[in-house]
Write a protein that binds this ligand. Structure first.
Ligand code: ATP
Ligand code: MG
Length: 249
């Protein structure tokens, strides 16, 4: 549910540039994510969507530009301060990236243990069960990742991002590789998480069904720049050919 009452900006990216050797991936990228908002970033394969998420979350350093998270410019922060900010952001990786040698429970316990907080082991167990219940995976708590279906792996990846109760969740291709019905379920789950946990999210995808269902707003990344910014309905009416191309079929 959108929190329109404050309209607070939770992430601000200004004039971001990133190249690898001679390849320009992001060129003069700016965006704002509002509190409670689901912002979908659409773009073709190789457009730089994952690079954008990694720059925003401090996983890769940008060449130029400012990234302001929760009112802090991340370039002003020392490592400890940046790590503390990162704990407030959940990351659902492209392809789930679960630890294959750990059960679902252990995959969720890992970030909880690493956060070194003062929660007892028993309490951690309750948190894990509650989160798994929320993503519809309670019965799979003792399964290994290899025993999970594609949709279940996506759910587990989301559950692992949720255990630290992040205020922001970054979703990298949450529905890619899933059949339409499972993809629909995961999109519904993303909405449910937004509602229940009151998170703000950037959702990177090229799945238009997921974009329509989950977005409060959509930005389209093409040729290293954003070419459109608006609601699904407003972009659907946009006459620009490169925008219209996303709405074919
Ligand atoms: N660590 C890296 N070193 C060098 N080049 C990279 C690196 N990471 C990404 N790239 C390049 O940056 C470009 C954008 O990659 P990115 O992974 O962001 O694409 P994407 O939009 O997420 O695509 P997909 O939809 O296929 O996931 C690609 O050409 C890729 O080869
Ligand atoms: Mg990617």
């Amino acid at each position: 549910m959108m929190d329109h009452t404050r309209n607070e900006i939770i992430i601000k990216v200004e004039h971001l540039y990133k190249s690898f050797k001679s390849e320009i991936v992001l060129s003069d990228i700016s965006l704002e994510l509002f509190h409670g908002e689901n912002l979908v970033v659409l773009g073709k394969s190789g457009a730089g969507k994952s690079v954008l998420l990694k720059c925003i979350t401090g996983l890769i350093p940008p060449d130029k530009g400012d990234i302001i998270l929760f009112d802090h410019n991340i370039s002003d922060l020392n490592e400890d301060a940046l790590n503390n900010l990162k704990k407030r952001i959940g990351y659902v990786f492209q392809g789930a990236a679960l630890y294959d040698s750990m059960s679902v429970r252990e995959n969720l316990l890992f970030p909880l243990e690493r956060a070194e907080n003062e929660i007892s082991h028993k309490e951690k167990g309750f948190i894990i069960e509650e989160i798994l219940e929320n993503v519809g995976l309670k019965d799979s708590i003792n399964k290994m990742p290899s025993e999970l279906s594609g949709g279940m792996r996506k759910r587990a990846g989301l559950a692992r991002a949720l255990v630290l109760r992040p205020e922001i969740i970054m979703y990298d291709e949450p529905t890619t590789g899933l059949d339409p019905a499972t993809s629909h379920e995961i999109s519904e789950l993303i909405l449910q998480v937004q509602r229940i946990f009151r998170t703000s999210s950037i959702i990177v995808t090229h799945d238009m069904h997921c974009a329509r269902l989950t977005s409060n707003r959509i930005m389209i990344l093409e040729n290293s720049c954003f070419i459109a910014d608006g609601t699904y309905e407003s972009l659907r009416k946009n006459k620009t050919k490169s925008v219209q191309d996303y709405f074919l079929n």
